[in-house]
Design a protein around this ligand. Structure first.
Ligand code: GDP
Length: 302
């Protein structure tokens, strides 16, 4: 139900246009596909993904000898799920296992909702019975440490921090030692998100990652890139930049509730081959959902 509510904006614009299209056309022709293409691009599905989808649909229409525009509607949702799931089924579960210290590194530019997502995920993991610790690795942005502490208090988990301006790698190192001695299940690490000096930021992230790798073989178990769905194609270019610099294992897509352009989920998956693992559907503690392609697509079409 939450998925459906959170997608309200995308759903109303996308689904309404689609319904209108389907009822206006008598037969499935080239013009129909052109209009469909435009609707999908408006929803930020991404040009490449739209092309792929339209090609697939045309083949499907031929294969099944579909005449009625209404029947295409069902084929669209099937194809969207297929595209999303891809050949590997696009695993959306976080790589978190019992019996070890799990390290999740969060990356992303300022303002995308990184702190909020860390707070929400901490809450979620706690609800699942796991012990959680936070590392205040954004030592650069004024107020970042305090903001993480506010979330820590809210959900009842401790934050390991140092003073503003200190070395993020040192903070994360400390946090790992604390997590070990407290036998914590999951350590969520915040990092800086200033893009003004991209080279420095990427170097800093590399260093943090090296410390984690050295301390715990096989870690970080997840590198989650946080992206703001409302920024559309900007989010795509951030995804490209971060995935070039570091091995991003999944996307946390925030503010999906605040955009009519929820198609960005498909573009990220199809064009960058990075699965969306979490979606933010509001500002509150509970407004974080595990991404589920079927729920998402059926949320759009319901
Ligand atoms: P950070 O700079 O990346 O750490 O971003 P913040 O966590 O401070 O979030 C920036 C703003 O986005 C805050 O006002 C959050 O409440 C808001 N925000 C974060 N996630 C969501 C979401 O999923 N939906 C909505 N509507 N707002 C969100």
């Amino acid at each position: 139900a939450k998925f459906k509510e959170g997608l309200e904006k995308t759903r109303s614009s996308f689904t309404e246009s689609l319904n209108e299209l389907v009822s206006r056309y008598r037969k499935v022709d080239e013009e129909f596909f052109e209009e469909l293409e435009e609707i999908l691009i408006t929803a930020d599905v991404g040009v490449q993904t739209v092309m792929d989808l339209i090609d697939e649909l045309k083949m499907e229409v031929k294969r099944r000898n579909i005449q009625e525009p209404k029947e295409v509607r069902a084929a669209i949702s099937e194809k969207l799920v297929e595209i999303y799931q891809g050949e590997d089924g696009a695993p959306t579960d976080l790589n978190i296992e019992d019996g070890r210290l799990n390290i999740v590194l969060f990356v992303g530019v300022n303002g995308v909702g990184k702190t909020t997502t860390i707070g929400k995920l901490a809450h979620r993991l706690k609800e699942e019975g796991k012990s959680v610790l936070l590392a205040a690795g954004d030592t650069f942005r004024a107020g970042a440490i305090e903001q993480l502490e506010v979330w820590g208090d809210r959900v009842g988990v401790d934050v390991i921090k140092q003073s503003a301006g200190s070395d993020p790698a040192a903070v994360v190192y400390d946090a790992i030692q604390a997590a070990r001695s407290r036998k914590v299940d999951v350590l969520l690490c915040d990092t800086a998100g200033r893009l003004q000096n991209k080279m420095n930021l990427m170097k800093e992230l590399e260093k943090v990652k090296r410390v984690i790798e050295r301390e715990i073989p096989g870690a970080p178990h997840e590198v989650l890139l946080v992206l703001d769905a409302t920024t559309g194609q900007n989010a795509m270019s951030q995804a490209r930049q971060f995935s070039e610099a570091t091995n991003v294992t999944g996307i946390a897509l925030t503010k999906l509730d605040g955009t009519a352009k929820g198609g960005i989920v498909l573009a990220i998956r199809n064009e960058l081959n990075i699965p969306v693992k979490l979606v933010g559907l509001g500002e509150k503690m509970d407004d974080l959902e595990k991404f589920d392609a079927e729920k998402y697509v059926y949320g759009l079409f319901a």
